[in-house]
Design a protein around this ligand. Structure first.
Ligand code: ADP
Length: 862
């Protein structure tokens, strides 16, 4: 607001510049941003390094240039000094030479003159006057050496020397000076002292004629020492070189044995005016101003490399951190998704009990939002109001880490006030440093589970109550281990708590059973497969001697709760029923015997009459024989015939008695294989006594090849006799005419869907038939229409037939609308296992062996 306009303008400009940059930066992907953030410092370090190197380079060049400038300047200064001196010397020599040439001086004068010249010129090592023949006319050596005039090797002018080299250099200069008529400088050479010198030959001209030359020897070394300024030599090395670049003299002495290294800054100028190929060279002392030797440079390089290296390390580290962060984010997302999707409620509390976290499932269960729960201290809003104390106690237990591992069951209140049962498991919450920060609790709604459990336990209780209250003993035994898995109260009461009772009941039941057929046994370890697979088994009755009880035992195999094969037995106490049945059987037997006695009693007069006939006959035969023996009117043959007749009558009487005795004899009822024909014959024999008395005809027919019966023959005979007697009585009582005084007894095989193969016995009479009211009460005991009748005959017949698993029925026969008689018929099952030929048959009541090959018999008895 109060900011100066130009300042705000500048800021605005900066912002305007920053804005697109910021936009561009935000547009980059995070990976690219990371890369840029890493590479930018690297690039700047490299740039910095490059800048430093170029700065060094520039400075070095600058310095070298400056140095070169100084070297050049100094070289020129030195050259200038030497040149001035040489020119001055040359001028003096030219003057002297002219003087000598014009005045014809003698050698003594020359020495004087030369001495005057050379006295203040130390560079001139010698002065020689050469004639035209190159011979020295005079010489002067300012050093004051031997000046005896005698030519010596060292003092010999160059031209006079025998050495071809010296001669050549000096001669060349002499000749050049002579020819060109001007001073000439020779090339450098060593004089006789071994000093490197060069000469200047100044021609002597007298009136235009060459008369000789004035030769001055310059010591190169001396020249250097005197005429190169000391400030130049202090700064730079100055040397004189010949045309082959060989150093002839130098202001610095080279180190012996060290190769002359190539100087970097050098400046060479010709040693004018001596145009003899000599060069003056100035060399900078600083031979190496390179980067390579610069410690500062290397320090900068090392620091830059270190920085780059550290940047790269940081970059790698960041990348690793990035990967870890990615993994962490992934893991966190996974856990978040897991927490959000699971149905278990999760709640975290700190060590004071403050809620620090709840997951969505917890909120969904309780109905409270996350905001309502986070930060809450106990009592929590989901605690039921009436259970706050209990919950406080449980929470204290939790905070002290004493919660049971199996979890605790609590009631939890929803926001709407409804309650549900929950199971909570508590585990410590540990942070990254291993310190416990609180407790994590998981909560599961167990209302449904609890309801089911309660139902289960209730149903188990009901089941147990029923089983325990049962009058039957129920036991389950594991087949392999023989261990008693279950026994109810009755079982424990009767057999105790061990498996012996089960064994007794199971083995007792096995006794009554036929051995299982091989096909009934399968891979179940010899267990009868039928019982394993079947819905139940036939009940069996087992006697327990220790208890003196009979049990109806039903067994079945089942898979026990743990998967083991087990046998269950249900044993019902049937002692009372069994006793009653025994009693009834006993009474029935007694009744049958009584009934037979009664029948015989009824038939007594007939039997007596029947017996009377043979007895009378025997009596007659005996009386007849006695009188004929007394009269002597009988021979032996006649006597034997009479005795045989007597015996036959006695036998007949015996047969009658035997049959009656066999019929009424009290015997145990027993089922044996028997032939219908034998039974019929015995019954007819007995009945015929009564038939004769009542004057009724009896016909009987037995079908051929009948199967063998399995029955008690006496009882069946009793039934037949009863039916025949009833028929005869009905005919007799109704006073039927002779035409209807017939009874027919037929025995035929039959096959009915209900009974299968049976033998049917039928007794048909031509009597009055059964009155309507009688038919309904026919088998009622003590029902009789006769004055002297007992009415137990038919009821007994029915019980006998039914005990043989046969059926008896009665029906009237009609001739048009009129009753023409009635028919009683019963069936008996046949023996299934025995064959006629193989079966030993019961002895017939008269003691004679049965006629196995009996054929059909139709007989009529009177
Ligand atoms: P009882 O012979 O002692 O009377 P039963 O039980 O043998 O006793 O016979 C019952 C009744 O059935 C007889 O009283 C008789 O009325 C009737 N009854 C039996 N058999 C015949 C038959 N063949 N014809 C007519 N009625 C018969």
């Amino acid at each position: 607001m109060s900011a100066p306009p130009q300042a705000s303008g500048a800021t605005g400009l900066g912002q305007r510049a920053r804005r697109p940059l910021g936009r561009w930066w935000r547009r980059q992907s995070p990976a690219r941003q990371d890369r840029l953030a890493t590479l930018a410092p690297l690039a700047s370090v490299l740039l910095f390094l490059a800048a430093i190197i170029s700065a060094f380079w520039y400075l070095r060049n600058e310095e070298i240039e400056r140095e070169a400038e100084a070297v050049k300047r100094d070289a020129e200064i030195a050259q200038q000094q030497i040149r001035l001196r040489l020119i001055e010397d040359q001028e003096q020599l030219v003057r002297l030479a002219r003087e000598f040439a014009t005045r014809e001086l003698d050698p003594a004068e020359f020495s004087q003159q030369a001495g005057g010249l050379a006295s203040d010129r130390p560079e001139i090592a010698r002065l020689v006057w050469l004639g035209t023949d190159q011979r020295p006319r005079a010489r002067f050596e300012p050093a004051g050496e031997r000046d005896d005039g005698a030519p010596r090797a060292g003092a010999t002018p160059p031209g006079t020397e025998r050495s071809p080299d010296l001669r050549t250099e000096a001669e060349w200069a002499f000749i050049a000076a002579r020819d060109l008529r001007q001073p000439m400088y020779s090339r450098p050479f060593k004089d006789r002292h071994g000093t490197l010198v060069f000469q200047v030959h100044v021609p002597m001209l007298a009136r235009g004629h060459f008369v000789g030359a004035l030769v001055a020897d310059y010591g190169i070394d001396v020249l250097m020492r005197h005429f190169v300024p000391s400030e130049v030599t202090r700064r730079h090395a100055v040397a004189v070189l010949d045309e082959h670049q060989a150093v002839l003299a130098s202001t610095v002495t080279p180190m012996p044995g060290k190769a002359q290294q190539r100087a970097s800054i050098v400046h060479e100028v010709p040693l004018a005016p001596a145009s003899n190929g000599l060069l003056l060279r100035a060399t900078g002392y600083r031979t190496s101003v390179g980067l390579i030797g610069n410690a500062l440079f290397w320090l900068v390089v090392a620091l830059s490399v270190l920085t780059v290296w550290m940047l790269l390390g940081t970059w790698r580290h960041m990348r690793r951190r990035g990967q870890i962060q990615d993994a962490l984010v992934q893991e966190t997302n996974f856990r978040r998704a897991m927490e959000n999707s699971m149905l278990t409620g999760m709640r975290a509390i700190d060590r004071e009990g403050r809620v620090t976290y709840v997951n969505p499932a917890f909120c969904a269960m309780t109905g409270f939002t996350e905001a309502e729960l986070i930060g809450r201290l106990p009592p929590y809003p989901y605690w039921p109001h009436d259970r706050v104390d209990e919950n406080h106690r449980l929470l204290q237990q939790q905070l002290q880490g004493r919660s049971p591992a199996g979890g605790i069951e609590v009631k939890v209140a929803r926001r709407n006030g409804s309650l549900f049962d929950a199971r909570m498991y508590v585990s410590p919450l540990v942070d990254a440093r291993g310190h416990q920060t609180g407790w994590m609790t998981s909560m599961t709604n167990i209302t449904e589970a609890k309801r089911i459990r309660d139902q289960l336990s209730a149903s188990h209780e009901r089941f147990t109550t029923v089983l325990e209250g049962l009058e039957a003993a129920v036991s389950v035994l594991s087949v392999q281990q023989g261990e008693l898995l279950f026994a109810n109260r009755s079982y424990r009461l009767w057999f105790g708590a061990d498996a012996r009772g089960h064994g007794l009941l199971a083995s007792g039941s096995a006794q009554g059973q036929a051995a299982p057929e091989p096909e009934d046994v399968d891979g179940f370890g010899g267990l009868p497969a039928q019982e394993l697979a079947g819905l139940g088994t036939d009940p069996r009755e087992v006697y327990a001697p220790a208890l003196d009880k009979w049990f109806d035992v039903r067994s079945r195999y089942l898979q026990w709760t743990d998967g083991r094969l087990a046998q269950m037995l249900i044993a019902t106490d049937v002692t009372a029923r069994r006793r009653a049945e025994e009693q009834a059987a006993l009474q029935a037997e007694k009744a049958q015997v009584s009934s037979r006695l009664i029948t015989m009693g009824e038939m007594a007069s007939s039997v007596a009459h029947e017996l009377n006939q043979p007895l009378t006959a025997i009596n007659n035969y005996c009386n007849g024989m006695v009188s004929r023996v007394k009269a002597g009117s009988i021979d032996n043959d006649g006597l034997i015939a009479a005795l045989q007749k007597t015996a036959k009558q006695a036998e007949r009487a015996g047969q009658i008695i035997h049959r009656i005795r066999a019929f009424v004899k009290k015997s145990e009822p027993q089922r044996v294989p028997a032939h219908a024909k034998d039974i019929v014959e015995d019954a007819v024999e007995l009945a015929s006594i009564e038939m004769r008395r009542r004057n009724v005809q009896i016909h009987h027919y037995v079908a051929q090849r009948l199967p063998v019966l399995k029955c008690d023959p006496i009882l069946v005979e009793q039934v037949l006799l009863n039916l025949l007697k009833n028929a005869a009585e009905a005919i007799d009582n109704a006073k039927m005419p002779a035409a209807r005084r017939h009874i027919e007894l037929r025995v035929v095989p039959r096959h009915t869907p209900e009974e299968g193969g049976v033998i049917e016995f039928s007794v048909t009479d031509m009597g009055p038939g059964l009155p309507e009211e009688v038919i309904g009460r026919l088998y009622e005991a003590f029902f009789s229409t006769k004055a002297e009748g007992l009415g137990i005959g038919l009821s007994l017949c029915r019980s006998i037939i039914e005990s043989h698993r046969g059926r008896i029925k009665a029906q009237n026969l009609y001739n048009g609308p009129n009753v023409s008689g009635c028919r009683f018929a019963f069936t008996l099952p046949v023996e299934t296992t025995a064959r006629l030929e193989e079966t030993p048959l019961a002895p017939s009541p008269d003691g004679t062996a049965p006629d196995a090959g009996s054929s059909s018999a139709e007989k009529t008895s009177p």
